[in-house]
Design a protein around this ligand. Sequence first.
Ligand SMILES: [Zn+2]
Length: 382
Amino acid sequence: MDLLITGGRLVDGARRDILIETGRIAAVGSVPHAGAAGVIDASGLVVMPGLVDGHRHVWQAALRGLGPDMTLPAYLDEVLGRIAPSLDAGEARLATLLGAAEALDAGITTVFDFSNVIRSAEHGDAVLDAYATAGVRAVLGHDTVPATSGLVTPAVAVHADPLRQIRLARDRGVIATMHAGGGGGQVRGLHAAGLLGPHLHLVHVNGMTPEEAELLAGTGTTVTVTPVVEATMGHGRSPWSTFAAAGGRAGLGTDVMVNAPADLFEPLRDTLRTHRMDTGTMHPAGDLLATVTSGSARAIGLGGVTGAIEPGLAADLVLLDGFAHLADDADVTGAVVTTAGVRDVHTVIVNGRVVKRDGRLTTVDLPGLRRVSAERFARFFQ
Ligand SMILES: [Zn+2]
């Protein structure tokens, strides 16, 4: 036995043990306690699947707070045009390590990293080294299918030549991810080219029309919404409800780090509020947890790998403090969706490895990393 988590309360309200063997969930239920190499007593804690961030520019953690009023053109010019190309491989590693550490600290065990700092094989290796050091699971998106290792799955990040890049991804059996606006014929064009489908992952799509929602949902094309950044930078209103009305289920992401928080609790609550206002209904809060767990995992091609607490799936788990007072018949999932924050993230496990324990990361000295990063990247804030 590798690791046994005892007495925790799952989000369905039941108290169950979880047995982890070789990085996977081996059993959920009442498990004999003898023989486990390690035991975590989760009494009083809520145990939920690790959160999955469907769209993040991980390295931009180093630029936190740089652009509170940045518009998209200014961001493209300054962050992607001027800053990103100036990072050497060591800096790409440092910035990505900081971003991966902040994600894990917030209970995000998997990130889809639309990495804008990789401009050489050395940069690519540096980014992979950062993921491995922090201990995060990642899908790495790059212009072509990138080399990967460890807990990293490759993907194609589309920007230069969409039709060619989406075909490349489909032919190679990986996800193609693309920033998309929606509403301007782009989705219809992709449909006409035969390129919609589960291999294509669209991000934002704020202008999504009901017709586009039908096309996307009907073809199994996946969508990730990043509502905080989309509202902050003026991309538009969240299309989550439009997609849902067509039977689609968008996952959530954080996106740029220059003007958005590093956690998924804020996009999650933003989505709940917007959806309730858009539909005029009291859509159950707990139902939305799937948008940052199994739903996000499926959107980025990791359905059946992570995002749920089931035997056979990766042991990617988050233990939350702060809910011990809830009654036995309480709606635990709804309580988490409406009130949880980074401060509640007590323990984080990725692929069976404990990366945060009792509120502190075990793999990275986060305060120290912040100091090193602040010195190294001071030039961007002058
Ligand atoms: Zn983005």
